[in-house]
Design a protein around this ligand. Structure first.
Ligand SMILES: [Zn+2]
Length: 609
């Protein structure tokens, strides 16, 4: 399951539903034991956390292939069971990274024009390092200290008020001033990406983020552990406090003094560093790797219906040795076992495949193991955009993600509002499995069913809740409630058979987004677009719009690429949030999108949240 990113607040409703604490593994039934065996293998050290682009996930892919083969499934990928696609899996530092300063320090009796600049360089990996989302290029300009890099109109606070940073290299403190840390109006502006967007929009060519006071560690984060790709449009590096303070000209305001002044007086203290220029060159190489979805089929028995498909899927990738989505306290590489996330769902798919192979339904059933889910649902998105069966013949999708920690017999079912058939089907399935169910109407959520919902396919998503091992190395097989997973499998099987054996295919409904899911808390307006987290060099691609939203009313559509909102360039999801933060309900704005390669300008009237 995808980790919450500031921007993924629009998908958080489920978090509060089912907190689950430590459970000893239970597997008293044969099906529970079969499921636990799959989980134990997939989440073992040998599989090394199944990160795309690594041997660990290759082992898992082979394991799924072998199991599909022995179960007798028909290969339905593009290469046998495999459905390969390419994704960005890592970032590496290229050879051309450097940061150099020229500081002309006044010397008594020496005319300035005769004074040679003092040259200061930062050491890569020691003093500073680029962010993986930086633009890779070389830029030069005057150096300007811009405080915390904030512009919060509602609070009449603007670090950029009395400075001009056009063409400049700006120094910006990470985090927020102490007095603003708990103020919602500031928090949305405190994120690194929001600050980078603002610095770019103010005309800066590079931003150097310096660790803030009190950041006892004052260490550089492990390189590459930040959101890959997603064009930021600016050169961005992280620098430690001491090397950063060194470039502030002696006898002038030091970085520490300015920082203390902002925290004491609650007002900006930005200034240009006199006679100081910098050249910042960044060179980050994004590594693309091939990874595969694994797709197999149990063909339907009814000649009239076997050309229709029910998809049952789960992602089998996870975080490997820990990446930007890890919630582990330590940033040291460590196997993120992902027993619940999502070896449990993958094992459920393997178990269901075996059952349908023994007892096929009238419609055909496609079983899928997705890769790339943790990086933005990339595998399921790849399949729905280039499916191996006609998408119009896919009648529904059942997704299983984190079904290993059932507690109190309670399971959460999402997508409940995406077909009028679901209430009856879910009711009979829960009774059959003896489970208690909480439901969420929306078909959008932080897992692969969203990709199918975005293509107007009714979905059901099974989930047993978050817990304190989520996205940490401690998500291990010995905490899996395998009998609980077996009960979820029983419920999913019943629902699947009802769908695959029914005379009519389920209708599709686009439920209105519930209030809890409309954008981040601090924003006053919502637009209602569904972001596509895969990269687009032109701007922010969307997979669809929410029913009844400002975006729908303005005529935005799935696959549109948003490039501009009024005067602001939109290069990624962070830019969109920064832009939305500047509007009030009923404000209108010109939104420019690329549609089929052509520019289209639409007028949006923002809705209040
Ligand atoms: Zn996950």
């Amino acid at each position: 399951m995808q980790a919450r990113r500031p921007l993924q607040n629009l998908l958080v409703a489920l978090v509060v539903l089912i907190p689950v604490t430590g459970l000893a593994q239970t597997a008293t039934t044969p099906e529970g034991q079969r499921i636990l065996e799959h989980v134990r293998i997939l989440s073992s050290d040998e599989y090394a956390g199944r990160a795309p682009g690594t041997d660990g996930i290759e082992k898992a892919a082979t394991y799924l292939e072998r199991t599909f083969t022995s179960t007798g499934l028909k290969p339905m990928g593009t290469k046998g069971y495999r459905y390969p696609f390419t994704m960005t899996t890592a970032a590496a530092l290229g050879p051309k990274n450097s940061v150099n300063f020229d500081v002309v320090v006044e010397r008594p009796g020496v005319p300035l024009e005769m004074t040679k600049p003092t040259k200061i360089s930062w050491k890569l990996g020691v003093d500073y390092q680029p962010y993986a989302w930086t633009e890779s290029r070389s830029v030069s300009g005057p150096v300007v200290f811009a405080g915390y890099g904030l512009s919060v109109k509602d609070k009449n606070y603007d670090d950029y008020a009395n400075i001009d940073v056009k063409g400049a290299v700006v120094i910006v403190l990470r985090g927020l001033p102490k007095w603003a840390e708990k103020d919602d109006a500031f928090t949305q502006h405190g994120a690194l990406r929001a600050k980078a967007t603002l610095a770019r929009e103010k005309g800066a060519v590079a931003v150097c983020f310096v660790n803030e006071q009190g950041d006892s560690s004052d260490v550089l984060a492990r390189f590459g552990l930040d959101r890959l790709g997603a064009h930021s449009g600016i050169v961005a590096v992280q620098v430690r406090r001491t090397p950063c303070a060194r470039i502030f000209p002696p006898k002038e305001t030091s970085m520490f003094v300015a920082e203390a002044a902002i925290n004491r007086e609650k007002k900006p203290a930005s200034f240009a560093l006199t006679r100081t220029t910098a050249t910042v060159s960044t060179d980050v190489v994004l590594q693309e790797s091939e990874t595969s979805n694994i797709v197999g089929m149990v063909e339907g028995t009814d000649p009239a219906l076997k050309g229709q498909y029910l998809v049952i899927g789960a992602h089998y990738d996870h975080l490997g040795m820990g990446d930007e989505n890890s919630l582990a306290a330590s940033r040291e590489p460590d196997v993120h076992h992902g027993a619940d996330d999502n070896a449990s769902g993958t094992s459920a798919v393997l178990e269901l495949a075996a059952r349908f192979a023994k007892n096929p339904a009238r419609r055909s059933v496609l079983f899928m193991g997705f890769s790339g889910e943790e990086k933005g649902l990339l595998g399921s998105k790849a399949w729905v955009s280039t499916p191996t069966v006609p998408l119009s013949d896919v009648v529904s999708m059942i997704n299983l993600d984190m079904v290993g920690r059932l507690k109190d017999n309670k399971v959460n079912v999402q997508g409940y509002g995406t077909s009028s058939k679901w209430p009856a089907i879910v009711d009979s399935a829960k009774a059959y499995a003896g489970l208690t169910v909480s439901t969420t109407a929306d078909g959008l959520g932080p897992s692969d069913h969203s990709s199918f919902f975005s293509k107007d396919i009714p979905v059901l998503f099974f989930f047993t809740g978050l817990h304190s091992d989520y996205h940490r190395p401690s998500d291990t097989w010995d905490k899996i409630n395998a009998d609980g997973t077996a009960a979820v499998v029983a419920m999913a099987e019943r629902a699947a058979r009802d769908i695959a054996n029914a005379d009519d295919r389920p209708d599709f409904i686009k439920p209105e987004p519930s209030k809890t899911q409309s954008g981040s808390i601090a924003l006053k307006v919502s637009l209602g677009v569904i972001p596509d987290y895969s990269d687009d060099p032109n701007g922010l691609k969307i997979t669809g719009v929410r029913a009844g939203s400002a975006a729908e009313k303005a005529g935005l559509q799935g696959d549109d690429v948003i490039t501009k909102i009024d005067a602001m360039a939109i290069k990624n999801i962070y830019d969109l949030m920064a832009s939305l933060g500047t509007y009030k309900p009923q404000d209108t704005a010109k939104v420019v999108v690329l549609r089929g390669g052509k520019e289209v300008t639409l007028t949006v009237t923002f809705a209040g949240k």
